[in-house]
Write a protein that binds this ligand. Structure first.
Ligand SMILES: [Ca+2]
Length: 313
């Protein structure tokens, strides 16, 4: 099997960091062409910095990192320092990055890469608001047919929202962008809260990361220590959900996940339910399926994979 070429579009974020580390630790399955940063959990300046901190933690200062859109298409930016801390990567004490940020804009990198690579070979992996991806699709509609697959973290249906009662954070921040992406015609796999809330870092699982004794393992344990306080208090759960790593784990072990091909529409007008992912799970609308909406995962298998791969870094 040849490694799958991907672009990770990201707003790190501790869980973005773990998703990126998992990808970089898995070169047999995943060939990361670049990281494109977007405003989301924290403003763009910080996500572009955090992405480089993570690359350097993984020993990959050679990887191109791009800055992209600093605000949603049609709304003011909403951030999530209440979850991720002031830096977006609170928890471990990691050094400022030395590697440069690329001069090219994230959107241009996405467009150029999809045009330069053979059609159907590049997978997009959005881990934040969909602003960069939607902007690329708007500016260069020809790229939609060249995308192998979009595997994204976002949305919620049975689990309902986390930033509002109806909406998940990534989709809520830029619902107009999400609508463009879900209507673009490329194959889409969605990791909604329905599945990511089952990827819980329990104390034993976090101890396993820490016990790796490597800089990456210890940093991941410290990141989880930081953001689990929020989730434990909010949900009363046994630990924090690792949202974004579901995306990169799916690329390595799709057999760990299960879901349904359904129609997903995005609410873009109602202030009450803005950003809701209306998933036609029961097929009641007659609207054509446009996404694989994932609902379950083998959590033990997921954490075994993650711990094993992190041990390589
Ligand atoms: Ca994210």
């Amino acid at each position: 099997m040849t490694a799958r070429k991907i672009i990770i579009d990201t707003d790190p974020g501790q869980d973005d960091a773990v998703a990126i580390l998992l990808a970089l630790a898995s070169p047999e399955e995943i060939d990361v062409l670049g990281l494109t940063c977007v405003a989301g959990n924290v403003p763009l300046e910080l996500t572009a910095k955090n992405a480089r901190i993570i690359c350097e933690l993984a020993g990959r200062s050679d990887l191109p990192v791009f800055a992209g859109c600093d605000r949603p298409l049609g709304r003011d930016l909403v951030t999530a320092e209440h979850v991720h801390g002031k830096t977006g990567l609170d928890g471990p004490d990691l050094p400022d990055p030395v590697m440069p940020l690329q001069e090219k804009h994230s959107v241009d990198f996405i467009i150029d890469t999809l045009r330069e690579q053979p059609g159907g070979t590049v997978t997009l992996c959005p881990l934040g608001p969909l602003t960069n991806i939607a902007t690329a699709l708007q500016r260069a509609p020809d790229i939609a047919g060249k995308i192998r697959e979009i595997v994204l973290m976002g949305g919620a249906y049975f689990e309902v929202g986390n930033i509002t009662p109806a909406a998940e954070f990534n989709i809520y921040v830029d619902p107009q962008a999400a609508e463009i992406v879900f209507k673009c015609g490329a194959p889409i796999v969605v990791m909604p809260l329905d599945v990511t809330h089952k990827a819980l870092v329990t104390a034993a699982r976090n101890d396993a990361f820490r016990a790796l004794g490597t800089p990456a393992g210890i940093a991941v344990a410290q990141m989880t220590d930081f953001f689990e306080r929020f989730d434990k208090a909010k949900y009363g759960s046994a630990g924090a959900p690792l949202h974004d790593p579901c995306v990169t784990a799916y690329l390595i072990r799709p057999d760990l996940f299960s879901g349904r091909h359904v129609n997903v529409e995005i609410e873009t007008t109602s202030e009450l339910t803005m950003g809701m992912t209306v998933a036609d799970w029961w097929g009641v609308t007659g609207r054509d399926p446009n996404a694989l909406f994932v609902g379950d995962l083998d959590a033990e298998g997921f954490f075994e994979l993650l711990t094993d791969r992190l041990s390589r870094l």
